[in-house]
Design a protein around this ligand. Structure first.
Ligand code: SF4
Length: 77
């Protein structure tokens, strides 16, 4: 299970599922598209998601209807 996450914004349909499941990790940006907001990550995928939130991360990624939440063990940048 990944510790870093990003939203592929081009594929996000703004359904709200990720922010509902993991509100500490995901929120909508000013255009209404989801992004990773955890500790100011700003959807860069460089901020480690701690162990206690990884279950929410996994659940949010699995719930995404367009599979646009990517997560990995290493930072994305
Ligand atoms: S679950 Fe996926 S499609 Fe829905 S708002 Fe989150 S990133 Fe976008």
């Amino acid at each position: 299970m990944g510790k870093y996450a990003v939203v592929k914004k081009d594929s996000c349909i703004a359904c709200g599922s990720c922010g509902s499941i993991a509100p500490d990790i995901f929120d909508f940006d000013s255009d209404g598209i989801a992004e990773v907001i955890f500790e100011g990550d700003d959807n860069r995928g460089v901020t480690a998601i701690p162990e206690n939130l990884q279950e929410e991360l996994q659940e949010a990624a699995e719930s995404c209807p367009t599979e646009c939440i990517q997560h990995a063990e290493a930072p994305f940048a």
